[in-house]
Design a protein around this ligand. Structure first.
Ligand SMILES: [Mg+2]
Length: 372
C-alpha cells in the first residue's frame, strides 16, 4: 500500500470562546479561536485531519489569515507525497512554526487511520492513558480566581494556572497568597505572567513566592531574556518557559543558558508532533520536565497533544492543558467527551481518534481551499 496524498482541503475557521480570556498586558484579551484545519485525502480515498492554531503577532508572529495563506501554498507541494515516508522518516522535523504543524499532525492522523494504529504508537511507548487536566483563570483579582476555582473544583479539577502580568508583580503576589490561603488543601497552583513583568518585577515576585507551595512560574520575563529567566530561577522558584521555546533550537539554547526547569510544549507552537517530541526528548536528556500546554485550540490539536503527552517520561506531576475545547462555545470534534472529572482519557482508536463534524467545519469557516 502506498499512502500517497491525492488532495488537500483547508479551512480557516473561527469559534468564539465561551468567556473572553484576559492574559497579560503583552498578550491582551482573547475572544475566539482562530484555527487552520486541513483534510488530507489519499489515492485510495482514505484520509485524515490536522489543525494548527496561530498564536497572534505577539506570540508566534502569525495570524489566522497569514497561516491560512501559507498552508494553501504549501499544500500544493504536498500533493503526491507519501504520508508513511513523512512520519517514518521524520520529515516533520524539517518544518517550523504554526503552518508546518498542520501538515505533521495531519500526516500522523492520516497514516494512523489508514493503518489502524493510534498516533501515540507512531510516537513511542505509551506510559499512561490518562492525564490530569489544569484549569486557567484570567488575569484579575483573587476573588475572580476563587470563583472559578470553586466552580471547577466541583467538576474534578485540582490544578489551576493563574494568568498574571497585567498588574504590578507585587499586587499579583498578594493575589496569589490570598488564593493559596483560601483553597482546599489538594488544590495546586501555577502562575503564568505571559512576559508581562520586567526582570526586577519578576525577581521580586519570585523571591516573595519562593516559600509558597507554587508548582511553577511560567514566562515571567520577555521570551528572549534568557539571562533574566536564569536570575528568576536563582530565587528558588521553579521557572517554566512558553513563549521562549518555539523552535527545537530554542530548547537547546535555553538549556545551555540554564534558564528554565520546565518547558511548555504546545503542538502547534512547536511546529507539530515530530518537533514537539524532539523538544521533549532534549529536555528529558537535560534532566528537566515538560508541561503539556495549549493555545486556544480545538480538538484535533488537543488530541495530538494528549497522544504525545501519554508517551513522555518527564511530565510535571500536576494537571496539564487539555481543557481548551471546554472553554470554547463549540468545537468541530468530540474531544470534550474525552475529559471526565478533570482527567483527559485517551481512547483506543486509530489515528488521533477524534471524530470531526464537517458540517461544523463548514459552519465556522472563514475561508476554504481545495488542491489536488
Ligand atoms: Mg503560557
Amino acid at each position: 500500500m502506498i499512502y500517497t496524498i491525492k488532495s488537500i482541503d483547508g479551512w480557516h475557521i473561527r469559534i468564539p470562546l465561551a468567556t473572553p480570556y484576559h492574559l497579560s498586558k503583552v498578550m491582551g484579551t482573547l475572544t475566539h479561536s482562530d484555527a487552520v484545519l486541513i483534510r488530507i485525502t489519499l489515492e485510495d480515498g482514505t484520509g485524515g485531519w490536522g489543525e494548527c492554531d496561530p498564536g497572534g503577532l505577539n506570540f508566534t508572529g502569525d495570524t489566522g489569515e497569514s497561516v491560512f495563506a501559507d498552508v494553501r501554498v504549501r499544500s500544493r507541494t504536498m500533493i503526491g507525497c507519501n504520508v508513511e515516508d513523512w512520519v517514518r522518516q521524520g520529515h516533520g522535523r524539517n518544518v517550523r512554526g504554526t503552518a508546518g504543524a498542520v501538515f505533521d499532525v495531519a500526516c500522523h492522523d492520516t497514516l494512523g487511520r489508514a493503518t489502524g494504529i493510534p498516533v501515540w504508537q507512531l510516537l513511542g511507548e505509551q506510559r499512561r492513558d490518562r492525564i490530569d487536566v489544569l484549569w486557567p483563570t484570567s488575569s484579575g483579582t483573587a476573588e475572580d480566581d476563587l470563583a472559578i476555582i470553586n466552580q471547577r473544583y466541583a467538576q474534578g479539577f485540582r490544578t489551576y494556572m493563574l494568568k498574571m502580568g497585567d498588574r504590578p508583580a507585587l499586587s499579583d503576589l498578594e493575589r496569589l497568597k490570598r488564593v493559596l490561603g483560601a483553597v482546599q488543601s489538594d488544590v495546586r497552583i501555577m502562575v503564568d505572567a505571559n512576559q508581562g513583568w520586567s526582570r526586577d518585577e519578576a525577581i521580586s515576585f519570585a523571591e516573595g513566592a519562593a516559600a509558597l507551595p507554587l508548582i511553577l512560574i511560567e514566562q515571567p520575563v520577555a521570551a528572549d531574556d534568557h539571562e533574566g529567566l536564569h536570575h528568576v530561577r536563582q530565587s528558588g522558584c521553579t521557572v517554566s518557559v512558553d513563549e521562549s521555546v518555539q523552535k527545537p533550537e530554542d530548547a537547546e539554547r535555553i538549556i545551555a543558558a540554564d534558564a528554565a526547569d520546565i518547558f511548555s510544549v504546545k503542538i502547534s507552537k512547536n511546529g507539530g508532533l515530530a518537533n514537539s517530541a524532539f523538544i521533549a526528548n532534549v529536555v528529558h536528556q537535560a534532566g528537566k520536565r515538560i508541561l503539556m500546554n495549549s493555545m486556544i485550540e480545538l480538538g484535533l490539536t488537543q488530541a495530538a497533544s494528549l497522544h504525545l503527552g501519554c508517551t513522555l517520561p518527564n511530565l510535571v506531576d500536576c494537571g496539564h492543558a487539555y481543557m481548551s475545547t471546554l472553554r470554547m462555545s463549540d468545537d468541530v470534534t468530540d474531544f470534550s467527551d474525552w475529559v471526565e472529572n478533570g482527567i483527559a482519557i485517551l481512547p483506543d482508536r486509530p489515528g488521533l481518534g477524534v471524530k470531526v463534524d464537517e458540517s461544523k467545519v463548514n459552519h465556522y469557516q472563514v475561508e476554504h481551499f481545495h488542491v489536488s
